[in-house]
Design a protein around this ligand. Structure first.
Ligand code: FES
Length: 105
């Protein structure tokens, strides 16, 4: 399998259980989440207007946008109601050694 498209974006030690970080990969702003030891990645840009999800609040498997409190399920990217009308993009995640990689396609 080609490894092209997998981009290392953070060390696992940077994303402790129950936390999120905003990072960059392949020219995109990406949010990384740790849900009970499993990592998830989404676009870091809210689908409502322009805000970084990593500046908001993260609890359980839900992130809340800092600007108008729109919420997403970080596992699926699903928008969880108004004002969100579009789901946020998600990216496949894998761990290689102590690095978290996302697949940007
Ligand atoms: S910009 Fe995120 S809810 Fe409005």
């Amino acid at each position: 399998m080609s490894t092209a498209g997998w981009i290392p974006v953070a060390a696992t030690s940077e994303v402790g259980a129950g936390t999120m970080v905003g990072t960059q990969g392949g020219g995109q702003s990406i949010a990384l989440f740790n849900v009970d030891g499993t990592y998830y990645a989404t676009s870091n840009i809210c689908t409502h207007q322009f805000a970084h999800l990593s500046d908001g609040w993260f609890e359980g498997c839900m992130v809340e946008c800092p600007l108008h409190a729109g919420q997403f399920d970080v596992r699926t990217g699903k928008g969880l109601g108004p004002p969100i009308t579009s789901d946020v993009r998600t990216f496949p995640v894998r761990v290689v050694g102590d690095m978290i990689e996302v697949y940007l396609g």
